[in-house]
Write a protein that binds this ligand. Structure first.
Ligand SMILES: [Fe+2]
Ligand SMILES: [Fe+2]
Ligand SMILES: [Fe+2]
Length: 410
């Protein structure tokens, strides 16, 4: 398969990859997103038929920015009703920023940043983050707001449809426009309510909807594939002291691969694998990911699985097997004691060996809360010490030459 295909995945593939990342981060988050997507899309069919696909996509991913929230907030989703918590306030902005990266992936994603930014605005102007009032809030965002409220009210009232609607009805005219509440009451018959309660049927509803989405409109000549950028941003929102790590590893890897005069595909693989090598870490709990110190044995055991999660997410995105293999083996060691497969020497793909060296170089020359950043001579000494055990010594020397050429300093 040509690399150009990697860079322009279809809308369904992008949605499935982001959905899996959401689910690995927090399984309840994907169920919530699916419920909101299903309801807002049915509402849009009646109230905004020309934007149904757009509302569905934004509904599914409306809380994608919650990957940056603390465990405390995840432990209590009902806190989402509280409009003054700054961390919750921040999630609408974060969702919009992350989906702005996806906007180039497909025209259907284009309105998503605006829709998700406003998904907590209230009809009476008392919502957040901007305090918009009445029809200042787009109709699509209003549909996502009431679908979101319905999903949270179902969480509180359980099987009782009447109780759920009563609770929502008290907020009509305040949180949402009354007519939208009446429309929801009309469509929310017993059958739909039961479907929304059943995890399997919600999944089916969404899968059907994803299958029906338009599949044209691939972007052209993107330097950075928008879907890849979304995944990296999601990880970095969760893994809070590594901002920019993946991008820097990608750039270092591209320089080292170029200095070795590799083919353009291998250079591209090195760059993409650098960007994507840690994406599966989104499955690790925040307490482990952001621990300001060495990990315990059990925590390490969890982290050792991350290349497998990276691979699973990238499979959803439809990247070719060759790139999957490179990404899978970034954490192998030259002496065969790495993970996940313990392969050694030249069995490890060349691009994986390049990314491995650049990953460590970037890590030790960046600030971390638990240790001082290394100077360039210290970093080179550390890499050379690990040449022949952790790293391919030839790649260490190639990376050192690039460093000495000052290329890492621009
Ligand atoms: Fe939200
Ligand atoms: Fe939500
Ligand atoms: Fe890394």
């Amino acid at each position: 398969m040509q690399l150009t295909t990697v860079m322009h995945p279809y809308l369904t593939e992008v949605l499935r990859a982001i959905s899996l990342a959401l689910e690995l981060d927090q399984p309840t988050a994907l169920l919530h997103g699916r419920r909101v997507a299903a309801v807002s899309s049915i509402l849009a069919e009646r109230a905004l038929p020309e934007e149904r696909s757009e509302v569905f996509c934004a509904g599914l991913l409306h809380d994608v920015g919650a990957v940056g929230m603390t465990e405390r907030l995840f432990a209590n989703p009902l806190l989402a009703h509280h409009p003054i918590d700054r961390d919750i306030d921040g999630h609408a902005w974060r969702s919009a920023a992350i989906l702005a990266a996806a906007a180039g992936a497909h025209p259907t994603f284009r309105p998503a940043p605006c829709l998700v930014l406003d998904h907590h605005e209230w009809w009476n102007g008392r919502g957040y983050p901007s305090g918009k009032f009445g029809s200042e809030i787009s109709l699509g965002a209003q549909l996502i707001r009431i679908a979101d409220s319905l999903a949270l009210a179902m969480h509180e009232a359980g099987k009782d449809r009447k109780l759920t609607l009563n609770r929502l009805g008290k907020r009509a005219g305040k949180e949402f426009y009354e007519d939208i509440f009446f429309l929801l009451s009309e469509i929310l018959d017993n059958d739909l309510y039961e479907q929304l309660e059943d995890i399997g049927r919600v999944e089916e509803l969404c899968d059907r909807e994803i299958g029906d989405l338009p599949s044209s409109g691939r972007p052209q000549n993107c330097e950075l594939d928008p879907a890849v950028e979304v995944l990296v941003q999601m990880l970095e929102a969760k893994h809070n002291y590594t901002a920019g790590h993946s991008k820097r590893v990608a750039l270092h890897s591209r320089r080292v691969a170029s200095s070795l005069n590799l083919s353009s595909d291998e250079i591209r693989f090195s760059y993409l694998a650098g960007l994507l090598h840690d994406v599966g870490k989104i499955a690790a709990p925040r307490s482990v990911l952001n621990k300001p110190g060495p990990l315990s044995k059990d925590e390490w055991r969890l982290m050792l699985k991350h290349p497998l999660f990276t691979e699973a997410i990238l499979k959803e995105l439809g990247v070719p097997d060759e790139l999957l293999t490179v990404v899978r083996h970034v954490h192998e060691r030259w002496d065969g004691t790495g993970y996940p497969d313990g392969i050694s020497g030249e069995e490890i793909p060349l691009a994986s060996r390049i990314v491995a060296v650049c990953d460590t170089f970037e890590g030790i020359t960046s600030h971390r809360p638990y240790r001082q950043r290394a100077t360039l001579p210290e970093a080179l000494e550390e890499l050379r010490r690990a040449g022949g055990s952790q790293f391919d010594p030839a790649i260490v020397e190639a990376a050192a030459a690039v460093v000495l050429d000052q290329l890492f300093l621009d």
